[in-house]
Ligand binder design. Structure first.
Ligand SMILES: Cc1ncc(COP(=O)(O)O)c(C=O)c1O
Length: 378
């Protein structure tokens, strides 16, 4: 019997993504003039904070966060007030209101896994207190609140493309009003690490799509990829870390990676992710075991947020069966006061990220759901 392929956490780069796309209009944010393409999402956070003049001011940030976005705000000179997030991942609007003080300059909203926060209420608070609204869409590319694309309402919106699309790196900053605030233009990143990542991603994708391809083809491709990786090692700029490296904040996205964004069919990505989310939800069949138990129209889910009692056990089990589930946000920024946000601490302890991306098919989802069943039963 053929060995089962692993189920990767991110989509891979297929040959069709190298071809120019015709007849499909670009979707938000790629259809907006002035979208800046940065190397990472954190670069966009830092630039937004500098452009909006947040230095010395206070920013209200959800207590449930990755951690590096907080570091980027602090590095730009902002001070942070943490606001409550409930057990269903909703930012507590009343607590945000209570956090507002004389030095509040901005409200920072994070749309988790594609699910929109209550923007109208937050816009109202921002207006009342004269604060700016920043939408962090690192986890919600192509997602909408009904008809309104996430990221289109705030004074600034931050994106992180490599979490949704098969690009080696890349973040985005969209400012509602153009400003540069004396910031230097973004610099080009080194070429080799991007090339190495792309080669690796193509290799994984082709192994998944053409498992019966000749062994020599795969062996040859692996050797080439290994060589590129070795050349690129000295120049590598890691992606997806929790630590902020100020030395790379000035870097933009490489033109080669940016070209891949032009080939994306956003509608198709959204549809595939939604279909996959629905299938997982149905097959896992435990609505009480997911942070978001319904998928409103317009949401492009980044992953399926499974809640488990013993995260280490669940992850070990999933990984041992080839499912690249992710330990989602176990630790936040160290400056969050202890014991103040019990619901957030519970989410950090319990949430496992299951992939539902556009590369996955029914068989893989069924296999994943079966393993989840085992995890929840033991
Ligand atoms: C909510 C959020 N904002 C910003 C970032 C920063 O993105 P990057 O790792 O590309 O710098 C992340 C990273 O995971 C994130 O989860």
């Amino acid at each position: 019997m053929a060995a089962l392929m692993d189920i990767p956490s991110l989509p891979g780069l297929g040959p069709e993504q190298l071809l120019p796309r015709t007849g499909v209009a670009a979707s938000f944010p790629f259809n907006r003039f002035g979208l800046e393409l940065t190397y990472l999402g954190r670069n966009a956070v830092w630039r937004a904070a500098r452009m909006l003049g947040l230095e010395g001011g206070e920013v209200i940030v959800p207590a449930y966060h990755h951690g590096v976005e907080v570091s980027a705000l602090l590095h730009a000179g902002a001070r942070i007030q943490f606001a409550r997030v409930d057990g269903e991942g909703r930012l507590d609007v009343e607590h945000v209101r209570a956090c507002v003080g004389p030095h509040t300059r901005a409200i920072y909203v994070i749309h988790y896994a594609g699910f929109p926060q209550p923007l109208d209420a937050l816009v109202e608070i921002a207006r009342e207190c004269g604060a700016l609204l920043i939408e962090d869409c690192a986890l919600s590319l192509f997602s909408s609140d009904g008809e309104r694309p996430l990221g289109s309402l705030g004074d600034a919106a931050i994106f992180c493309f490599y979490k949704t699309l098969p690009v080696p790196h890349g973040g985005g900053l969209f400012m509602r009003k153009a400003t540069t605030a004396g910031l230097a233009p973004l610099a080009l990143p080194p070429l080799l690490p991007a090339l190495s990542h792309l080669a690796g991603s193509m290799l994984v994708a082709s192994e998944r799509r053409f498992p019966s391809a000749g062994r020599w083809v795969r062996t040859g491709a692996k050797a080439v990829t290994r060589h590129i990786r070795e050349w690129a090692r000295d120049e590598d700029i890691p992606v997806g870390t929790q630590e902020l490296d100020p030395a790379v904040l000035h870097l933009g996205m490489s033109p080669m990676a940016a070209r891949l964004l032009e080939t994306v069919d956003a509608k198709q990505v959204v549809q595939r992710r939604r279909d996959n989310w629905f299938l997982l939800h149905e097959w896992i069949g435990r609505p009480g075991r997911t942070v978001w138990s319904s998928l409103p129209p317009g949401v492009c889910p980044l992953f399926y947020a499974l809640e488990v009692d013993d995260k280490d056990h669940a992850l070990r089990r999933l990984w041992s069966r080839g499912i690249h589930a992710v330990d989602f946000w176990r630790y936040g920024h160290p400056s969050v006061p202890r014991d103040c946000f019990p619901e957030v601490e519970a989410l950090r302890r319990r949430v496992v990220e299951l992939p539902c991306h556009q590369d996955l098919g029914r068989e893989e989802l069924e296999r994943m759901a079966r393993v989840v069943w085992e995890v929840l039963e033991t």
